[in-house]
Design a protein around this ligand. Structure first.
Ligand SMILES: Cc1ncc(C[n+]2csc(CCOP(=O)(O)OP(=O)(O)O)c2C)c(N)n1
Ligand SMILES: [Mg+2]
Length: 319
């Protein structure tokens, strides 16, 4: 990794964290309605993964989508505006936190129904295969989603049709309040790919470099015709499932243990130890993120709400 890439990826991880810390504040002030699922703790997963994609590679994910959106190049100010239901938001204020998307950046969204976007990913990849495009569809989902029928249908057909899909399970140890070993028959999610004869692997999601290297290797294999693969990325969410989670299912000591492996801290150390950055440069990135967030909040708060006519835009059938 060169210096410029290192600083860019560090910036992205800090931007995700600060955007979400600010979103949590705005939520508590009653300015954001509905659900809000924070990605804090999981930043190295999407940052490492998406740093390995080529522009033709599609990305699709579930509702924990703010970080993925930032890594795909959606501006933080438009993401915050979307959460506040403003017309300047990435989905014109009509989607909210769980439905960020921008097809021009090959980001096919945020999806709220657990597992439902996996068949969509298979469809995107089938389209690319049919049109002889060399893009790979990167489909991210949680550990909980792998207990759902959609997961098994989509994995099976992707293998039958040899679709160019990278199935990425973000194993953050819980589906809402349920620990993985209480809901899944196998403890390593990657084992589930074996039932479909699919190549699978597992990587430490607190380590951006490890995620990026694994993703680079697998994406190039899929591009060269390996067929679909499943990558399990182990990680941890530091915050509750969504805002307002009383968190009775885990102990503070467990959270503290994982916080000692903070992905931002680990990557910061990596940049310093490998001479890719000095403290002052990293602090300058932190300051730049602060300024970006400050401006993003002003932009989001001062933007107008959608007009009633917006109800008739972005619909399948003309009224
Ligand atoms: C089909 C369906 N069932 C239940 C829910 C309610 N629900 C929302 S998130 C969630 C847990 C999913 O956990 P996981 O896939 O591990 O993702 P994580 O929240 O950990 O990122 C559940 C059960 C839903 N949205 N859709
Ligand atoms: Mg989970």
């Amino acid at each position: 990794m060169d210096k410029q890439t290192g600083l860019k990826l560090y910036h992205e991880m800090v931007l995700i964290r600060r955007t979400e810390e600010k979103a949590a504040e705005l939520y508590q002030q009653g300015k954001i309605g509905g659900f809000l699922h924070l990605y804090i703790g999981q930043e190295a997963v999407s940052t490492g993964l998406i740093s390995a994609r080529l522009p033709q590679d599609r990305v699709i994910t579930a509702y924990r989508d703010h970080g993925v959106a930032i890594n795909c190049g959606l501006p933080a100010k438009e993401i915050l505006a979307e959460m506040l239901g403003k017309v300047t938001g990435v989905s014109r204020g009509k989607g909210g936190s769980m439905h960020l998307a921008d097809v021009s950046k090959n980001f096919w969204g945020g999806h709220a129904i657990v597992g439902a976007h996996l068949p969509l990913a298979a469809g995107l990849a089938l389209g690319d295969l049919y049109q002889k495009q060399d893009g790979v569809t990167i489909c991210m989902f949680g550990d909980g989603a792998t207990n759902i029928g959609y997961f098994h249908e989509a994995l099976n057909l992707s293998k039958v049709w040899n679709l160019p899909v990278l199935w990425v399970c973000e194993n953050n140890q819980y589906g809402m309040g349920t620990a993985v070993d209480r809901a899944s028959a196998v403890s390593q999610i990657r084992q589930k790919a074996e039932g479909y004869g699919m190549t699978n692997s597992r990587v430490d999601g607190m380590n951006l470099v490890a995620v990026r290297e694994a993703a680079q290797k697998i994406l190039s294999e899929i591009r060269n015709g390996s067929g679909p693969q499943l990558l399990e990325i182990t990680t941890y969410r530091y915050r509750g499932h969504s805002m307002g989670d009383p968190e009775r299912y885990r102990k503070p000591e467990e959270i503290h243990l994982w916080q000692e492996q903070d992905p931002i801290g680990i990557f910061r150390r990596h940049l310093l130890d490998n001479g890719l950055a000095v403290e002052a440069e990293l602090n300058a990135e932190d300051d730049a993120v602060e300024e970006e967030i400050r401006e993003a909040v002003i932009f989001a708060e001062s933007s107008p709400e959608p007009q009633a006519e917006e109800l008739f835009r972005d619909i399948y059938v003309e009224a």
